[in-house]
Design a protein around this ligand. Structure first.
Ligand code: AMP
Ligand code: MG
Length: 436
């Protein structure tokens, strides 16, 4: 057992104490199937970097089952890295420790930041080596998700022309995630709304998913599949960290556009269910831009300490991004610094003139800004250091400390200064890897 997520266990109504044990590790490694579980691997298809693959599926994941949590929400419990399934193709179905810890850390960081996300319930090592470019220690992640229904799940049935199964899936999805919506157009609209909101949240905190393939887009609106993801440090709109994203398809600033592209693929799968009515689907898709802009602006106002709304606010926010890009400023520190009187030249003057038309006191505003502008994000060098200590030296201390820091990203704590800024060398040329 590397780590059991006690907080999440409690949310699921599980006995964290009892699970943080050898018996628990046996379950989380896939060696013991818990009572009542009906394990299965799910089929899905997907566009990977724009290319359609009719069958992907859970190649290294196994759904243990579902639980109703203490809030009455249904959650999937899934093992990732537990071995081969019917969908493994040429792969071994296993996972290496580094990517497992990375998913754990990044997911918990997102949760701490208030962003909808799948979460890690546990990480265990297997004691086996897995073979990638080199032998690596094996591990299994237990993932908790609102569901694992993806855009790619719909694509799987649509591509096979299995309209009745598609209808079953859509009906099930409506019942499970969007019980209030009217029909399949309503489902499309709800998913568009959830994604517009989600991507705006990513943009607010500087998160780059890195591999926004349609099979990695959850219908629930949760962030899913943490592979080569990372946070922007020095702000550049077209930041790419992923070693496999050579064309920059999934660059930071591309994410809203790619989300719409994926949603368009989703809309296409629903056409057989809406009598081929392309116009009605198109009308829904055309709402994405405005929805996204509204969510983005709302969040940016909060980050800038604005409570009232003025027509020029989005422009003002974009001006700050431009200032950061020109000045090579750190995204997270710049926002956090705003409430602390950081000097930002001409833009700073514009902002202060705008603030003068707000009612709030300086203290009230500062507190509100500190609740949305984090001190701590998953800094690339800290993530790498935690993963290196774990995989090279079996030292899980840095990973545990980083988990603790990221759980409370908005509260500055003495002794954690090293987690609040970019690497001294600026992480030049930093690359992330899928690790599959
Ligand atoms: P991902 O890049 O993690 O979204 O995975 C894309 C597809 O590759 C999914 O169908 C995975 O299940 C599959 N996959 C990734 N790694 C492995 C592996 N080690 N063994 C089998 N299938 C894998
Ligand atoms: Mg995936």
């Amino acid at each position: 057992m590397v780590r059991l997520n006690r907080g999440l266990a409690a949310e699921l109504g599980l006995d964290g104490e009892a699970l943080d044990s050898e018996a628990g590790a046996a379950i989380f490694a896939g060696n013991t199937v818990p009572e009542g579980a009906m394990v299965l691997a799910q089929a899905y298809a997907g566009h990977q970097f724009g290319h359609f693959v009719p069958q992907l599926g859970d190649g290294r994941a196994l759904l243990l089952g579902e639980m109703i949590d203490v809030h009455g929400q249904r959650r999937d419990i899934q093992l990732k890295g537990s071995g081969r399934t019917a969908f493994s193709r040429g792969g071994d179905g296993k996972a290496a420790l580094g990517p497992v810890l990375r998913e754990y850390l990044l997911g918990e960081a997102m949760h701490g930041l208030g962003v909808p996300t799948t979460r890690a319930l546990a990480a265990v090592t297997t004691g086996e080596m897995v073979y990638r470019e080199q032998p690596l220690p094996g591990a299994v992640l237990t993932r908790v998700a609102a569901s694992h229904i993806r855009v790619g799940t719909f694509q799987f049935f649509a591509a096979r022309g299995e309209t009745e199964k598609l209808r079953q899936l859509a009906d099930y999805t409506i019942r499970r995630h969007y019980p209030g919506v009217q029909g399949y157009v309503g489902l499309l609209g709800a998913v568009i709304d959830a994604q517009a909101s989600l991507i705006a949240r990513w943009m607010h905190i500087g998160f780059i998913h890195g591999v926004m393939n349609t099979d990695n887009m959850a219908i629930s609106g949760e962030t899913i599949d943490y592979g080569p993801c990372a946070f922007v440090d020095q702000y550049r709109a077209l930041t790419v960290f992923s070693s496999i994203d050579r064309g920059g398809r999934y660059a930071y600033g591309q994410q809203p556009e790619i989300a719409l592209w994926n949603l368009t693929r989703f809309a296409e799968t629903l056409l057989p269910l809406v009598g081929g009515d392309v116009e009605v689907a198109t009308a829904e898709l055309q709402r994405f831009g405005d929805l996204y802009e509204r969510y983005w602006e709302r969040g940016m106002r909060a980050k800038l300490g604005l409570v009232t709304e003025e027509a020029g606010d989005a422009e003002l926010a974009r001006g700050l991004l431009q200032t950061m890009e020109t000045g090579g400023l750190d995204y997270t520190q710049t926002f956090r610094g705003l409430a602390r009187g950081v000097e930002l030249g001409a833009w700073g003057e514009r902002w202060r003139a705008r603030l003068a038309r707000e009612g709030a006191t300086v203290e009230m505003r500062g507190e509100a800004m500190d609740r949305v502008n984090p001190v701590y994000i998953a800094r690339n060098h800290q993530v790498e250091a935690a993963l290196a200590a774990a995989t090279e030296r079996e030292d899980f201390g840095p990973f545990a400390t980083l988990c603790d820091v990221l759980a409370e990203p908005f509260t500055e704590r003495p002794g954690r200064e090293g987690y609040a800024g970019p690497a001294a060398d600026g992480n030049v040329g930093y690359k992330t890897f899928c690790g599959t």
